[in-house]
Ligand binder design. Structure first.
Ligand SMILES: [Zn+2]
Length: 230
């Protein structure tokens, strides 16, 4: 084990990605203190939550899940920043696995048929090199033993949904951002749509515009973090 740990410490940075403290040998990516103390949403234990309220009347969701609650300049923001800007896809994978462990502990039966990350536009994907939502989704899919689908759904417009426009303008803005390449794959399926951060919910809403006409589709969402509107 020592050999493996020593080997891992050569590959992975040996400080916590949330609090920057040094990691002990048995720790990877996130220190035990942060694992226990980062602000978890526990929305899987509370189905009437802030995330489900965000989508009420906009997107019909079966499960509204997110791992952490986002706080400006907090540790969760540091974690997300490390994933997104330090090219740490393995960290996203690790966080996905960690969340799957929490979800598995519950009695709730998640009947997702397939896990689908919110796709990036190919230009953005080429620029960044990876889709952070996809790697988080991969961690979740591995942990929950559900299939991952990264090819049936695509982003056809680069348009940012995180605009400060008024709600009705945003609505006009979201149609046609995503498109379904393989409708067959989603017919009568329960899709767990996975994003890195949910704020206004505009991205998920845009995705739903492209999915809602699929026969028998059920949608749930999961994200690494949710920025609650105060
Ligand atoms: Zn830490």
């Amino acid at each position: 084990m020592t050999l493996i740990n020593d080997f891992l410490s050569l590959i992975y940075p040996r400080h916590c990605e949330a609090c920057a403290n040094s990691l002990f040998k048995h720790e990877t990516f996130i220190c035990n203190h942060c694992r226990l103390n980062l602000p978890k949403s526990n929305y899987h234990k509370n189905t009437e939550n802030e995330l489900s309220r965000t989508f009420a009347g906009r997107v019909p969701l079966q499960n509204s899940l997110c791992f952490y609650l986002f706080e400006k300049n907090g540790k969760v923001q540091k974690l997300l920043h490390a994933i997104k800007y330090q090219n740490q896809k393995e960290l996203a994978l690790f966080v996905g696995n960690l969340y799957a462990k929490d979800l598995e502990k519950e009695e709730t039966i998640y009947d997702f048929d397939v896990i689908v990350p919110v796709p990036l536009h190919y230009k953005k994907l080429n620029a960044r090199g990876f889709n952070q939502s996809e790697w988080f989704a991969k961690g979740l899919a591995g942990g929950l033993k559900k299939p991952l689908d990264v090819s049936s759904f695509e982003r056809t417009q680069e348009t940012s949904t995180q605009t400060k426009k008024k709600k009705y303008q945003r609505w006009e803005n979201v149609e046609g951002i995503f498109s379904l390449k393989n409708k067959q794959a989603f017919i009568n399926k329960h899709i767990l749509l996975v994003d890195d951060v949910i704020t206004t919910g505009a991205t998920i809403e845009a995705a739903w515009m492209a999915l809602k006409d699929v026969e028998g589709i059920t949608l749930s969402v999961a994200s690494i973090a949710f920025a609650e509107r105060k």
